[in-house]
Design a protein around this ligand. Structure first.
Ligand SMILES: [Zn+2]
Length: 113
């Protein structure tokens, strides 16, 4: 995986905030998010229906509790989107994908600059 090429300086911090996923507050937020959006919101953008299994953070929280727990920063996604596409987007800095007209979804996409 390409992750292994990233220097390990993030892992200590990542270990700290990984614990947040075990907290009752997170479990409640996750349950609420799935009650609001049971289907993958990314799949729906391309008119595909898939069950959401992961609550993603629109803005990566990187240990920031306010971003971590803010329901407005949550989106329901399938594992495929979370493990592949979103990880790549975070590295690139823009949303990957096109609308039905072939235009990039993200106004920040280099094509739109
Ligand atoms: Zn999906």
């Amino acid at each position: 995986m390409t992750e292994s090429k990233v220097p390990d300086h993030r892992s200590t911090k990542a270990k700290k905030y990984r614990k947040c996923y075990g907290l009752k507050a997170w479990k409640a937020a996750r349950t609420t998010q799935f009650a609001r959006h049971r289907l993958c919101e990314r799949c729906l953008q391309s008119e595909t229906v898939a069950e959401a299994t992961v609550v993603n953070h629109h803005t990566p929280h990187r240990g920031d509790w306010a971003l971590f727990i803010d329901p407005n920063n949550h989106e329901s996604v399938c594992a495929l989107h979370h493990d592949g596409l979103i990880q790549r987007e975070e590295k690139r800095g823009y949303v990957i994908g096109c609308d039905v007209n072939g235009r990039p979804l993200d106004p920040a996409h280099p094509w739109n600059q």
